[in-house]
Unconditional design. Structure first.
Length: 121
């Protein structure tokens, strides 16, 4: 089960990602917006999809930890994510192919553009 700030082993598949130039973590790491899904080892639950802003290393194809979408800023922590419907046994998308198809929609383009426009001053 996912919880705020909790992390565990996953097999991550990244469908899309791009730099968010206006947000830099306090460690100096760049951030990215991405659409990915995680599969939990040994679980029969469907994949867990997320569209959010994270530190860039969390969208590498070698990522094996669910990590966190908490980005450290000088005055606190930022989380910027899209909340999908669905449950562990009925994921937000019927399949990874359905998630890829959604990436061609106007809704996806608008959500991605909004997350790319974030900045901290």
């Amino acid at each position: 089960m996912y919880g705020d700030g909790a992390a565990g082993p996953v097999k991550r598949t990244v469908l899309d990602h791009a730099p968010v130039p206006g947000i830099i973590d306090t460690t100096g790491e760049a951030t990215e917006v991405g659409l990915a899904y995680d599969e939990l080892p040994g679980s029969s639950d469907g994949p867990y999809y997320h569209l959010d802003v994270r530190r860039a290393h969390e969208f590498l194809p070698t990522q094996t930890n669910s990590g966190t979408n908490q980005v450290l800023l000088p005055n606190g922590v930022m989380t910027a994510r899209v909340i999908f419907g669905g449950t562990a046994t009925t994921p937000a998308f019927a399949s990874p192919a359905a998630a890829k198809a959604w990436m061609g929609s106007e809704q996806y383009a608008q959500l991605k553009a909004m997350l790319l426009s974030l900045s901290y001053k």
